[in-house]
Design a protein around this ligand. Sequence first.
Ligand SMILES: Nc1ncnc2c1ncn2[C@@H]1O[C@H](COP(=O)(O)OP(=O)(O)OP(=O)(O)O)[C@@H](O)[C@H]1O
Length: 544
Amino acid sequence: MANSVQEECCTGISNGLRRQARSLWEAAFEFRNNKEIDFSYSKCDPHPFPHPESDRLEHCYKYGKGSGKFYPVLLEQKLGDYVVKAKLGHGNFASVWQCVLDEGKERDLPYESVAVKVCTNSKKDSQDDVTEAKVLMKLGKRSDGNGDFGKKHLQKVDECFRVPGYSGDHFCIVGEAIGPSLDYYLNLVEKQGLGHFDTEVSKKVTFQLLSSATWLHKAGYGHGDIHPHNILMKEMGFKAGTNAKRPICIQNTKPEDVPYMPPYLVSCIDDDLTVRTPLTVENCDARLADFGQTFKKNHPRRLYKMTTPKGNRSPEWVLKHTPITIGIDIWSIACIAYRMTTGKHLMFVEERYKDEEGKYTQKRTKADINNDHMPMMAELLGTPPAWMIRKWDISGLPKMDWKSITPEGALHERIMQDRPANMTNAQAALFEDFMRQALTWDYRYRATAAELIQHDWFKSILSEKDKLHLEKLAKSTSRCSKAFTKITNEVKSWPGRLMSLCIKKKEYESQPDTEVKALGSRLIQGTSSEETNKHFIAKAFQID
Ligand SMILES: Nc1ncnc2c1ncn2[C@@H]1O[C@H](COP(=O)(O)OP(=O)(O)OP(=O)(O)O)[C@@H](O)[C@H]1O
């Protein structure tokens, strides 16, 4: 008996060591190559080769023989124990279908409508799909033993299976069919001329996203790909869209691929903006979906496929050799909050070149995009911390005249300019304070999701249940634990920073004098006390 316990212990320790060694090896590999393959071809910018009927259909080149292709799904076809009824959407790595259980099959599913995500047949992507399913199933069973506040806003997954395709199996993930994406509603308000969400709705969706991130981060995972396509708005009795069958556009295909294509493509819910009305405070219920890029909080991020819109990426994501942490989720949520509240992108980076007629052509290079993006951040948020300026220099980004950048940046002016007409000064001040805490340059000082849900900006939308939970949370995130988190974050960042110094030693320009002196800079770097923040913002908005 004692022996078997000892053996179990040894296996546990050796498995743990092996896992650590593997993640270190992966991290070193990523670190050396700083490798990132960009797949974001279709969803977040106009389609490169639009289908004549809809630029929201998947492109024909997603079908065919070979690796990385979609499975040709048809309506009423069987997928495992399910029958396909409608299309819900597609991404870069999967098409998603609303299904019902086949006759005679039984399941005890905790939701009314089923979504089956049929992934591409690529072996490499398949590893991520399996991870996604495993993590979601694990999270579904997990409980924090404290009411699981926020868990409800994560997608639920119950089962997975494989279907054989022409060139390899396609992994399928069965989960809850939720509703249209947040992108659908953003397009809807844009089309209706409103441009932005009602502020209370925007607050509520942001609060729901942050509470789901709080739960997820506490469970030890980061999402890694938060953007409006991956946020789904729960709809009761949800029925997928128009289901129109669009014939394949043969001139866009390679002749050798034609035998492996479906005879038609199916249009999905995101195509039809006439069937829904804008979200209201009563009916908005967000779910965080698509965990294809999820990562363990304590393990370095594997950076090899990225689909998040470039404008929503945080500085440590753009700068080379900088640890990627759960802070990237916070940054993305803040960018989405800005878009919902004002109807404008906080930072919009063109992802493709345009021709003389203004039509999109090929993709811009990563370096080109970063060269636009980082100065945009500096203009908006002011001077970054000294270590980031050093990295800025060795990353080959355009040289900045730091003296011309105000330490606190132009975020205040942007909010004043973009805010909805009915947003009062006091509300705008709270919004700015929220944004500054979430968009802190240095990921170590960026507010956590648990800190942000306690922000006063959300006060007006809190239910009694939310208030009770926040009270508990406030007790657990005492000053002492905040200080402890900051110290551990600091220590964790040393190896990455040391390695980057070893990789390239370069003289860098002297730090701007303004950096540590100015009040705004302290605010941005998150080192100031909350009182100083409030004082600064109140002064800017002339509030007593
Ligand atoms: N459970 C669901 N309920 C309703 N619609 C869904 C569901 N899952 C996915 N969709 C729709 O399908 C689209 C694509 O799904 P998903 O984002 O999971 O695919 P992906 O290939 O992993 O995407 P990405 O390119 O972002 O990695 C979503 O944007 C959404 O509109």
